[in-house]
Design a protein around this ligand. Sequence first.
Ligand code: GDP
Length: 434
Amino acid sequence: KPTVAIVGRPNVGKSTIFNRIVGERISIVEDVPGVTRDRIYSSAEWLNHDFNMIDTGGIDIGDEPILEQIKAQAEVAIDEADVIIFMTNGREGVTDADEYVAKMLYKTKKPVVLAVNKIDNFEQRDFMYDFYSLGFGDPFPISGSHGLGLGDLLDEVANHFPHMEEEIIEDDVIRFCLIGRPNVGKSSLVNAIVGEERAIVSDVAGTTTDATDTPYEYEGQKYKIIDTAGMRKKGKVYEKTEKYSVLRALRAIERSDVVLIVLNAEEGIREQDKRIAGYAEEAGKGLMFVVNKWDAIEKETNTMDNFTKEIRKHFMFLDYAPILYVSAKTGRRVTDLFEMIRLISDNHALRIQSSVLNEVIEDSIARNPAPQEKGKRLRIYYTTQVATKPPTFVVFVNDPNIMHFSYVRFLKNRLRESFGFEGTPIRIITRERS
Ligand code: GDP
């Protein structure tokens, strides 16, 4: 999928446009903390184009002066996007800060589409002419608050979409990534897996995302480790910001089958870990916890059990994700990762035979009938699996409005008891039988 980034000085209306374009995306997950708030990255659609959007305005690098912020945001756009929307404010004309953004964007060969926001009616179109001086050709007038002009703008953006070679997804390769806070040991783990030399990735300009992925083979199974920028040369200011690492993590998650949430045994569980895990869950990928730096822990009889309890307490929504205790430093249990990843990947792609599925559901209903809701009893007619990765089931009922979420949870648990599904989320959708 191509990626589109919006850049521009503060207060030109970047977030409004971002939200207009991505629309309100409703999360299917009800109990994951903090996932949908404060988005700077989302998938979007225009006509028959699927793409990803980044609002670089949300990447805040702390106390740096405003020009530094703008610079960092423009750099993110240049690094990450295929097409850049350069946004300005028609009411204020071209400002010094706009010229500064323009200067940053001259450095990239990527297509830049100039948008002039706050052009709310036809008369105000005259404000646009000023913007030719920025040197990005015809400006596109838009109005974020009225939702005007977005169609023409997006048509132009889509004209510049690169001819994406569809990422060739080889069926026999399991793709996984490691996500987690800085310093939990993600790069060290990759090094421990593949050996120091191979994981050091050059920072040559123009290397495609794909080139930074690391292929690996273990016991006859092919894997691909999807890069999350953790392995690259670090140094740019914005790479230290949490929003940016989240952005990189999201992009890696999207391209993976299985996501390894790496925790630091020495530091325990932090709020940020939960947020990161929330993103992984929302994406519907296979999941496991990897507790790294286990070598550095003073162990008593129950140390591992206690840590496991902590994880289960903090990540209740991920009770199906297995946990592995490893040390990148000593290499202990690092190879066990592969058996786990393979199992999770199998479960993630599991398809259950319809007859077996319906037997389990019928048996569940017999054991624990749905309680009455609004004076009406739920009737389940039949269930069918409509997708894998993650396994997704549609339950046909008499009235979806009386399907209580606790009953959905009960059915999910029953499916897990019957079919395993260790390490993969499962989704249940309720539909009225027509
Ligand atoms: P990243 O930011 O998540 O990629 O973390 P790094 O791989 O750069 O590791 C951060 C620090 O933790 C480095 O100083 C590593 O040497 C150290 N470290 C990584 N793994 C282990 C481990 O298993 N045990 C110990 N004791 N230290 C580790």
